[in-house]
Write a protein that binds this ligand. Structure first.
Ligand SMILES: [Zn+2]
Length: 389
């Protein structure tokens, strides 16, 4: 009899396993049912514009199933796009708190939370999030970019420069260009206090970050000029021409002054002639005409101007042509007509914006190093074409 009972043991074990399996299945089924109830309730609230209740239900659903995480990110992004930052924050903060999530998802949530804080203007909290994520390779470049954006808004130039090592390591040109301008900002402050050595060192660092920074060379030229190092200043102005031909017309006057100080005006005009031939710049043309008029007379200068206008007409060139015509006219009816034309052109040019952002198209009559619209650096340059250079 006892042998028979012993034979029944495997049957009992099999039954136990079968019942246990059913119980697990039953639990899973119940969990799925709970999840779908949470979701459908959440969606119902969402559709009936009761977003806060919807968030509560959808957040609870996350505790039940990790597969729903992408849906949470999508929902939070949607709220942020709609400007409902408090809701986006609530979801991302909830995700960051979930200890059971994989590192990849936790980092993603922290990054999105940083963006929420930034959009809400909570710079210190955004900064803390992005600094924490600097070691995560996936987010390194993006975090550095946002950090520079924060320091640009708060004018904490030195804090941006403290990221120099990390930015140099990833060698991102856009970030280096931004960093070069942080050095230029500090150099401007040092220049106001006449700290010559600091200014030169800061600008050399700027040029190391971005060898194409015409702003760094422009500031260098200014400090050299202030310290009567005219030859060095002239070299900086020449460098600006090679770095950024579109920005160059703005430094022509200062460049001429430095050449004059060295009694080398002829050399300056040869350089300006080359600039005009290579770029067709109206400012370079007008400057060169003053030399021609002085050295070769009004007739030669006028012929040169007419030839230039036929090749590349500009309103400023035409305005100068009218001025030259007036200077040779006797005071008569014709000169009065020319005066009216000249005033009309001046009035027309006065309402036109001199600068245009090459990045976003923002127009301005004043020059800014950082575009007030897109905040990109060194993008405002003199307008090109018929109404500009
Ligand atoms: Zn812009």
């Amino acid at each position: 009899m006892s042998e028979l009972l012993f034979l029944l043991l495997p049957v009992a074990m099999g039954y136990g396993w079968f019942m246990g399996r059913n119980s697990v299945k039953q639990n899973q089924h119940t969990a799925k049912q709970d999840l779908s109830i949470k979701y459908s309730t959440g969606l119902n609230y969402l559709l009936s514009n009761q977003e806060d209740k919807a968030i509560e239900h959808l957040i609870e659903a996350l505790l039940l199933e990790d597969d729903t995480i992408e849906a949470h990110f999508a929902m939070a992004n949607l709220f942020r796009k709609r400007g409902e930052l408090d809701r986006a924050l609530k979801i991302h903060e909830h995700l960051v708190r979930q200890k059971h999530l994989p590192t990849k998802d936790k980092q993603h949530a922290a990054f999105e939370l940083g963006k929420d804080f930034l959009s809400a203007g909570l710079y210190d909290r955004a900064e803390a999030m992005f600094l924490k994520l600097l070691k995560a390779k996936t987010y390194q470049t993006k975090c550095l970019s946002y950090l520079l954006q924060i320091y640009q808004s708060t004018k904490d130039w030195q804090q941006g420069i403290d990221l120099h090592k990390a930015i140099t390591k990833i060698n991102d040109k856009r970030l280096l260009h931004c960093l070069a301008n942080f050095y230029c900002e500090l150099a401007t402050l040092a220049k106001e206090n006449d700290q010559y050595i600091e200014v030169v060192e800061l600008l050399e660092s700027a040029l190391k970050c971005d060898p194409k920074s015409s702003r760094a060379n422009w500031l260098l030229a200014e400090i050299y000029e202030e310290h009567q190092q005219y030859n060095e200043a002239c070299l900086c102005y020449q460098a600006i021409y090679h770095q950024d031909k579109e920005f160059f017309p703005d430094v022509i006057e200062q460049m001429q002054h430095c050449y004059q100080q060295q009694d080398a005006e002829d050399e300056f005009f040869q350089f300006i002639k080359k600039v005009f031939e290579e770029t067709g710049s109206a400012s370079a043309l007008i400057k060169y005409l003053s030399y021609l008029e002085r050295e070769k007379g009004n007739k030669t200068a006028q012929e040169f101007l007419l030839m230039a206008l036929k090749r590349r007409p500009t309103i400023r060139g035409f305005q100068h042509f009218v001025k030259m015509q007036m200077s040779v006219q006797q005071r008569n009816v014709e000169s009065e007509h020319l005066e009216v034309i000249k005033e009309l052109i001046s009035a027309y040019l006065n309402v036109k914006q001199r600068y245009n952002c090459r990045n976003c198209g923002f127009n301005s009559s004043v020059h800014y190093w950082s575009c007030p619209s897109c905040h990109d650096w060194e993008q405002l340059k003199p307008v090109r074409g018929l109404e500009g250079e």
